[in-house]
Design a protein around this ligand. Structure first.
Ligand code: CDP
Length: 215
């Protein structure tokens, strides 16, 4: 049986936290696809002013290794910004597409979270969730995360970053952030992590059981 869950949503919506908890609950492998873009974004920052030229950025994506995805530095706001700039480049998205599709196609299936999973990467996913929250709530959560991991940053700047990335992600021509027509929207603005995970598990449960019965 192959069971695929696609989770999309704007910056800092809690997709990763929910995806990890669901992966654990349903015993599925999980891929945080944002890490791929962050990995390329980190290389772009370290490389040169030409990093955002399509051919240069494409090569940076082709050179991405699994060890590039392990750095704790990937979580900084600077790298998030660079990630959203390389994510505009169709050549970069094309290079990263095969890896994401093969991950989704593994035996048993998988959970992928990102921006275009339900629309482009896994349009036939068994369940599609669109996880969102107000920009203020998302900024507050990301601010807490950054502060607790030792970053010095103000809430205002975090909010600015979240809003400008959302705009860039939603307005780009290549695989923009949009809600898939068959996705279930979960607004976590007033939900605790535990409640948001509970809602997501309930959205998946029925389809998961049906997939097992059909096996
Ligand atoms: O954790 P957060 O939601 O802030 O960001 P992320 O998921 O790590 O993604 C960082 C950036 O990568 C996003 O702002 C997008 O520009 C880009 N991205 C994308 O374009 N497509 C994906 N499937 C995942 C991330």
């Amino acid at each position: 049986m192959k069971f695929v869950v696609a989770i999309d949503g704007p910056a800092a919506a809690g997709k990763g936290t929910i995806a990890k908890a669901i992966a654990n609950h349903f015993k599925l492998s999980h891929l945080d696809t944002g890490l791929l873009y962050r990995g390329v974004g980190r290389k772009a920052l370290a490389y040169s002013r030409t990093s955002y030229y399509p051919e240069v950025a494409k090569q940076l994506a082709l050179d991405l290794k699994s060890s590039d995805l392990e750095s704790s530095e990937l979580r900084t706001p600077e790298i998030a910004e660079a990630a959203s700039k390389v994510a505009l480049i169709p050549e970069v998205r094309e290079v990263l597409l095969d890896f994401q599709r093969s991950f989704a196609n593994q035996d048993g299936g998988a959970i992928l979270d990102g921006r275009d999973i339900g629309t482009v990467i896994c349009p036939n996913a068994d369940v599609k969730l669109f996880v969102t929250a107000s920009a203020e709530v998302r900024a507050q959560r990301r601010y807490q995360e950054l502060i607790s991991s030792g970053h010095e940053i103000g809430l205002e700047n975090v909010l600015k970053d979240v809003v400008s990335r959302d705009k860039r992600d939603a307005e780009r021509t290549s695989s923009p952030l949009i809600i898939a027509h068959d996705a279930i929207k979960i607004d976590t603005s007033s939900l605790s992590i535990k409640d948001a995970v509970w809602v997501a598990i309930n959205c998946i449960n029925e389809k998961y059981k049906a997939a097992f019965l059909l096996k």
